[in-house]
Design a protein around this ligand. Structure first.
Ligand code: PLP
Length: 344
């Protein structure tokens, strides 16, 4: 892999920030190198910039090597960092597959990176011939979201393999919802594809959106660049501590919650399907449903009236008259069905 050809020259040449403590190897008991307060508060020390204890647990959980893991302040930070490693402002481009997650566009806009878009087909799969038509020599990254937000479906393996074989840049697969899916993660294929980056997060299945912890999995050469570009202490001590506790002590419980939500997804689908105002429910491998209504505005307003907020996706490409409804608790799902049923 010729990574150098893909990386912005200033990033390739970058000397990253480094702290005295982390250059020091061996046992140190007196830490007077970082101007911290010496009085113990439980949080008076800077956190480990490379989050090694946490990564050891993630490596075990995800069956990947520790040097293939990057951790960030949400996966949104990973998206932003990838943009700044590979895309020269005002020159390079990324490609997205709408309708999809909005952050790729926002992050590209902030970085002054052009966004080429290649609409998904009617059943929300990439069209390989269209991709080839639209790619330019300055297109550095493709962002594929699977299961896709807001449509809920997985992007097919043959489509992704086709892209991995044909596209010579970085392919990012955003798997924020993979734990709700029956499909395997692309992390299992990292060794075969050195230009693949897989994103996952603690915000959805792990129930930890509040701690802001995202993961990127990739070849160690890409991870090294991400670590060089990130702010030194991007994952704070409270976040690292909480994630360690959850991975160590509550991973079984998390799996039970995921199973419950997947069951609720099915139950909500069945209940909504029976309602006259529902036109279509798209198949979902995530913890939400994309639902087309006869009159989505009326449904949206009725839900809002009763204090239930869902996402109006009716303006997204191919999603006319659609609302995106997150799978809630059994009681919340019952309430949604009851409110919509009363309209018909
Ligand atoms: C929710 C979501 C994320 C999560 O972002 P965090 O910054 O980790 O909270 C990432 N990608 C997609 C597609 C999402 O829907």
């Amino acid at each position: 892999m010729n990574l150098k050809k893909l990386v912005r020259p200033n990033i390739w040449e970058l000397t990253p920030y480094s702290s005295a403590r982390h250059e020091f190897e061996g046992q140190a008991d007196v830490l007077l190198d970082a101007n911290e307060n010496p009085m113990e508060t439980g949080l008076n020390r800077y956190p480990d910039p490379l989050q090694r204890s946490l990564k050891a647990l993630i490596a075990k959980e995800k069956k990947v090597e520790e040097d293939s893991i990057f951790l960030g302040n949400g996966s949104d930070e990973a998206i932003d960092i990838l943009m700044r490693i590979f895309c020269r402002p005002g020159e390079d481009a990324i490609m997205t597959f709408p309708p999809t997650y909005g952050m790729y566009q926002v992050s590209a806009d902030i970085a002054d990176v052009a966004v080429l878009s290649c609409p998904l087909s009617e059943d929300f799969q990439p069209v390989i011939e269209r991709v080839e038509e639209r790619l330019t020599s300055n297109t550095k990254m493709l962002f594929i979201c699977s299961p896709n937000n807001p449509t809920g479906n997985l992007i097919s393996n043959p489509a992704i393999e086709g892209l991995l074989q044909r596209f010579e840049g970085i392919i990012v697969i955003d798997e924020a919802y993979i734990d709700f899916s029956s499909s395997e993660s692309w992390t299992n294929r990292l060794s075969a594809f050195p230009r693949l980056v897989v994103l996952q997060t603690f915000s959805k299945a792990w129930g930890l959106a509040g701690i802001r912890l995202g993961m990127a999995f990739a070849h160690p050469n890409i991870i090294r660049l991400m670590n060089a570009v990130k702010p030194p202490y991007n994952v704070n001590q409270l976040t690292q501590r909480r994630a360690i506790e959850v991975l160590r002590d509550h991973s079984e419980q998390t799996k039970e919650v995921i199973a419950l939500l997947v069951k609720e997804r099915q139950r909500l689908t069945t209940s909504l399907k029976a309602l006259a105002s529902v036109v279509k429910i798209y198949p979902s491998d995530a913890n939400f449903l994309l639902v087309r209504f006869k009159d989505h505005q009326m449904v949206f307003d009725a839900l809002k009236q009763q204090g239930v907020i869902v996402r109006d996706r009716s303006n997204a490409l191919g999603c006319r008259d659609c609302l995106r409804i997150t799978v809630g608790t059994p009681a919340e799902n019952d309430l949604v069905v009851k409110i919509i049923k009363a309209l018909t």
